[in-house]
Design a protein around this ligand. Structure first.
Ligand SMILES: [Fe+2]
Length: 386
């Protein structure tokens, strides 16, 4: 059996990679970019740093800076209109996962028409939109190297997973220096998201030797550096490891899919506006405990790659060490329970069945080592409360 691996055409990785933007555009034959970003990137001067590289090369760009965290159909509408109205030949997506996911959706809607719900999973979106050059400023989502985007349908409070070659950026400029000023909370949330990608890709039923190699390398980089980057944000070595780890984890899950954590996480985010990485973190220990019986040896490999178990440990011991580490990590990184996050108990419990149904519909739980029933997912949701 063979596996099809999909990657960006160009990856520029390392310190100051983002400053190579004009060279990358030239390699792709692009001359008229629309920069899709958010207000924070403008305020931090990151947009100016990009345009300062473009203007001397005679490259005129425009800026759409209205993207929002956890993007919705409405939040990208003006960006689509702008992309359609201009004579752009590419999109530069600058920011965390939300601006990059927004840019991917804008790219497809601008050239291929229709509405976002037309492109939701299980449709395979292999149309080609405007080429996206992704410049991530967080070490987490891996969106710069994935064939996915997630856009919320605000009419139904549903996070729509959209999948296909059309959502793969043509280039990724992976510059850890853009993450040096990230606050600890975002560092933790995005870092746990990346670690979750690596673990889920490795235990996924769609894993392959290629995705395994990326997932294991990602875990080796992420696990020992997550705490350091959270406590000492200016530690270049830790930031560089986290950034590369997040990108490798992105490659792993783009080619092997995510599983139950992500499936159950999206509805928590959509209904209660919990940031993506944080809802993953809330779920990761409980879902791992539920899933270990389906792939105990694979989870033991994860514990070894993360540096918390030794190859001489029994599988059972390694699994226990993994569970202990995931709980300890949440505690040290101050991950709240749904209650501590401020969710109302009645609202959370009233929606557990709906959330489980939406999780199942996303397709991600089907990749899990143990395929859960609706009742089992409801029980996991309920268990998060206490
Ligand atoms: Fe994720």
């Amino acid at each position: 059996m063979s596996s099809q691996i999909i990657l960006p055409r160009i990856m520029q990785i390392g310190a100051d990679a983002s400053l190579e933007i004009s060279n990358v555009l030239a390699s792709l034959g692009c001359q008229r970019p629309l920069i899709v970003t958010d207000k924070m990137m403008v305020e931090l001067g990151y947009v100016a740093a990009i345009t300062q590289r473009l203007t001397p090369q005679g490259i005129q760009s425009d800026i759409f800076d209205q993207t929002v965290p956890e993007p919705t159909v409405a939040s990208i509408r003006d960006g689509v209109a702008m992309a359609r109205a201009g004579n752009y030949d590419c999109i530069i997506a600058l920011g965390g996962g939300s601006p990059i996911d927004s840019a991917k959706a804008i790219s497809i809607l601008a050239l291929c028409g229709g509405e976002m719900k037309d492109y939701r999973f299980p449709r395979q979106v292999n149309e080609q939109g405007l080429p996206v050059i992704a410049v991530p400023t967080t070490a987490g989502t891996g969106s710069e190297v994935t064939r996915f985007t997630v856009i919320t349908d605000e009419s139904s409070d549903e996070k729509m997973l959209c999948v296909g070659l059309g959502f793969m950026p043509v280039a990724a400029l992976v510059d850890y220096k853009l993450t040096l000023s990230l606050p600890p909370r975002i560092t933790a949330d995005t870092g746990i998201d990346a670690l979750t990608h690596a673990i889920e890709a490795y235990v996924s039923k769609k894993a392959s030797p290629y995705s395994d190699s990326q997932a294991i390398s990602a875990m080796k980089l992420l696990a020992p550096n997550l705490r350091t980057s959270y406590h000492q944000g200016d530690d270049h070595q830790a930031r560089e490891a986290m950034m590369l780890g997040a990108t490798l984890a992105g490659i792993a899950f783009s080619n092997a899919s995510v599983a139950l954590v992500h499936g159950m996480s999206r509805p928590i985010g959509a209904f209660f506006h919990v940031p993506h990485g944080l809802s993953n973190a809330m779920l990761l220990p409980a879902v791992t405990a539920f899933s270990i019986p389906g792939a105990p040896a694979r989870y033991a490999d994860c514990a070894c790659a993360m540096g918390i178990a030794a190859p001489k440990d029994t599988t059972q011991d390694a699994n226990q060490k993994l569970l202990a580490e995931l709980k300890a990590l949440n505690q040290e990184l101050a991950v709240p329970t749904p209650q501590q996050f401020g969710i109302k108990r009645e609202e959370f419990f009233a929606l557990t069945t709906t959330m489980a149904q939406q999780a199942l519909a996303s397709g991600s739980p089907a990749n899990n080592p143990v395929e859960p029933s609706i009742d089992e997912m409801v029980a996991i949701y309920q268990g998060l409360w206490d």
